[in-house]
Design a protein around this ligand. Structure first.
Ligand code: CO
Ligand code: ZN
Length: 330
């Protein structure tokens, strides 16, 4: 599991450029699924099992893309200016390293600190060591991601892109563990979540599920300076009651709580003031799909040092597997 997450987080895959992550996942699971396809947007859509008496068609979605940057222009001195791909906060950009698809690395910086304010995104440039526009290895439209190597901290893991390669890992491991089930489970590895849940939208239309479950990280407020303190690291996987994109369907959440209790898995009920996951797109598909999410709390989301608890990840895999193995009743 550790080897796989290390490979997953180290693979380049900003929104719209997920093919390397998709190749890695497909290589890992292709012998474990009954069918797979890649849709027009690039979602990897896989099926495990067939519908049996009393079963349901379920879509489980984890997004492959990560937040990143894209070059807007390169100036005469060879500095590459950037815009954000997804929820990149200017505060988290200051003095970080970024890497482009071809391996070119650079320093992301802005020098406009008037009145002590954080510079806006349009002030940020990447210094790749070039001395002129002609000399610069990157050009307009090139995507980049943050550099943040994987660190095994014992019972915690830290790196860039725990959001959402942790969800991908949970999907992969549950898919491999899932044996006997009355349900037809469609494991989807989606694209472009960070820019507005776009891949899950088309994937859900194609799969036409009766139930939707997103796998993602969620915010964690057990660190200094945060006041709400309702979501902790290491207190078990979360079941989504609400975020900015979804109200977790109450009867479906009851089925998830039951599965957790059956398996003796501690869980947290997740209520977020904002944010969203693929479940927000699935639930609005066609005539509507009862949906929820299983999330893992993550400190420092959308920074190069996202941190998760390994036990939460293991328990999330178990919760998903137990839930998918059972009959799901309203
Ligand atoms: Co995210
Ligand atoms: Zn995410």
């Amino acid at each position: 599991m550790k080897n796989l997450i290390e490979k997953l987080v180290n693979t380049f895959g900003p929104s719209g450029y997920e093919s390397r992550v998709r190749d890695l996942i497909l290589e890992t699971i292709k012998d474990d699924v009954d069918e797979y396809r890649i849709d027009a947007l690039g979602n990897l859509i896989t099926r495990k099992g067939t519908l049996k008496e009393g079963g349901k068609r379920i879509m489980v979605s984890a997004h492959m893309d990560e937040i990143g940057l894209m070059v807007t222009h390169v100036d005469e001195q060879g500095f590459a200016y950037v815009t954000n791909l997804g929820g990149v906060r200017p505060l988290n950009c200051m003095s970080n390293r970024v890497v482009f698809a071809d391996g070119t690395e650079g320093m992301l910086c802005a020098r406009d600190m008037e009145n002590g304010k954080i510079p806006s995104m349009d002030k940020y440039y990447v210094d790749t060591g070039a001395s002129s526009r002609e000399d610069c290895k990157v050009k307009i439209g090139d995507p980049a991601v943050f550099v943040g190597r994987f660190v095994d901290m014992g019972d915690k893991w830290m790196s860039k892109t725990m959001d959402d390669r942790i969800g991908c890992l949970i999907g992969i491991e549950a898919l491999k563990a899932l044996k006997d089930s009355p349900n037809e489970v469609w494991f989807v590895f989606s694209v472009q979540e960070e820019v507005g849940l776009r891949g899950a939208k088309t994937a859900a239309y194609g799969v036409d599920p009766e139930i939707g479950i997103a796998l993602d990280v969620t915010l964690c407020n057990d660190t200094p300076g945060l006041v709400e303190r309702n979501l902790k690291l290491g207190a078990g996987p979360c079941i989504k009651a609400k975020d900015g994109s979804l109200i977790g369907t109450p009867w479906l959440n009851n089925a998830l709580y039951d599965a957790a209790e059956r398996a003796g898995i501690p869980y947290q009920i997740e209520v977020l003031r904002g944010a969203g996951t693929d479940a927000g797109a699935i639930t609005l598909t066609r005539s509507g799909v009862p949906s929820s999410a299983i999330s893992v709390t993550c400190r420092y989301v959308h920074t190069p040092s996202e941190m998760v608890d390994v036990n939460d990840v293991k328990q999330a895999i178990k919760l998903l597997t137990v839930f998918l193995e059972g009959k799901i009743e309203k």
